[in-house]
Design a protein around this ligand. Sequence first.
Ligand SMILES: [Cu+2]
Length: 116
Amino acid sequence: MHILSRAAPLAAIATLAIAALAWGGGAHADPDQNLVTIKNFDFHPMSITVPVGATVTWTNKDGEPHTVTSIDGTFRSDALDQDDTFTFKFTKPGVYKYLCTIHPRMMASVTVKAGQ
Ligand SMILES: [Cu+2]
């Protein structure tokens, strides 16, 4: 009992550390949960890396409309109102830069890697 009572706080600290790492590792989130949030006129995260075949879902949390528009024309959403989503499946490796055509300073990217 004495050993357990000393070990428990260490275990709790280790659990918190792991949770903190998981929280900060947005680019390594669950492969089925490639989520980008549009909030305060920015994309979060601004860069995300996914394997070929992954689907990315954007959700607009702003009251203003935004679009998700790739520079090279690979994908293009309609204007997304608040809580609207846009989903795109990436079938080819590459770096896909995109922006909001309504607010072109809003720029971000999706990196698609082969063989993951
Ligand atoms: Cu916008």
